[in-house]
Design a protein around this ligand. Structure first.
Ligand SMILES: [Zn+2]
Length: 302
């Protein structure tokens, strides 16, 4: 922060560089603050999280008190975004790779999930925290659509359902689905939710998709594949074939609190007694859940 990071601005002062201009946007002097908050691509990433207005901070201020302040108001997501934005800058400068919003958002989410799993231990849970874990719906980058899917088992005897919904980057409902599954097995319904969700995205012509499931195992099986003797090898194989088509799909894990809309649809599926219902307008009971997502309401993780 104190001129120790060799940005173009610092290097220019030390007469190492002839220009202090930011090599990415060519519109401003490349200070650390510019890189992290004001460079064109950084602004887009912050806007995706509805956080651009909170960031007019470092000017003359002490970065440490600023850090403490934003951590208590927003949690660690601020630092995760800063890190990803900084890595994107370095990737451009040193590897000549211009990351797009989609990649940055995917990296932020994967770091958020890592952070959650790393700190999600009984030991840490037993220590009262002044910073409860905060989660909010994972808004996709502009031009990308977000598919949230979920599976659910209900009642006794158990009925199983899956469901999901497709939203754009402003959170508008585009499509939805739910259905009753033939096997009362949670992994099966979670996987069927991904399968039906991806098929719906493909059929509706969406070619840039981020798909969120709150089942870590489902995400892992789809990403890594399974052996032929796995009980769900066939379903996983179909999904992996779907992913091989000409489109861009990122499958990622999300927290259950982040996935409430899909959960509600999965429950509808479990009680529907219908193999597949497609929705073009959200059911009324879903509206109450979609609205806080759009406004970026942060849920406290229970
Ligand atoms: Zn710039």
């Amino acid at each position: 922060m104190h001129g120790s990071i060799p940005t173009r601005d610092v290097l220019h002062h030390r007469r190492v560089c002839t220009s202090n201009l930011c090599p990415r946007c060519l519109t401003g002097s490349e200070t650390i603050e510019h890189c992290l908050f004001h460079c064109v691509e950084a602004v887009c990433v912050w806007k995706t999280y509805g956080l651009d207005s909170t960031l007019s901070f470092l000017q003359g201020g002490d970065p440490f008190s600023w850090s403490r302040r934003v951590y208590s108001s927003h949690g660690s997501i601020i630092f995760i975004i800063m890190w990803v934005v900084w890595c994107a800058r370095n990737d451009f400068l040193f590897n000549n790779h211009r990351s797009n919003m989609h990649e940055s958002v995917a990296k932020i989410h994967s770091l958020l999930s890592c952070r959650t799993s790393a700190f999600d231990t009984q030991l840490l849970d037993s220590i009262p925290s002044i910073h409860p874990r905060q989660v909010s719906w994972s808004r996709p980058a502009e031009g990308t659509i977000c598919l949230n899917v979920d599976g659910s088992l209900l009642g006794s005897p158990q009925t199983a359902g899956f469901g999901g919904l497709i939203r754009n980057n402003v959170g508008a409902f585009l499509e939805g689905f739910y259905g009753t599954a033939s096997q009362s097995n949670i992994l099966y319904v979670e996987i069927m939710a991904v399968l039906h969700g991806l098929e719906l995205c493909w059929n509706k012509g969406f070619r840039d998709v981020v798909c969120f499931s709150d089942s870590l195992l489902t995400v892992k099986l789809i990403k890594e594949g399974v052996s032929n003797c796995h009980s769900l090898a066939n379903e996983v194989h179909i999904i992996r074939q779907l992913l091989g088509r000409v489109w861009r799909v990122v499958i990622d894990h999300t927290l259950r609190e982040d996935n409430k809309c899909a959960d509600l649809l999965a429950k509808l599926g479990a009680s529907a007694n219908s193999p597949l219902v497609l929705l073009t307008v959200p059911p009324t009971e879903l509206l109450n859940l979609i609205d806080p997502d759009v406004r970026g309401v942060i849920f406290i993780r229970e």
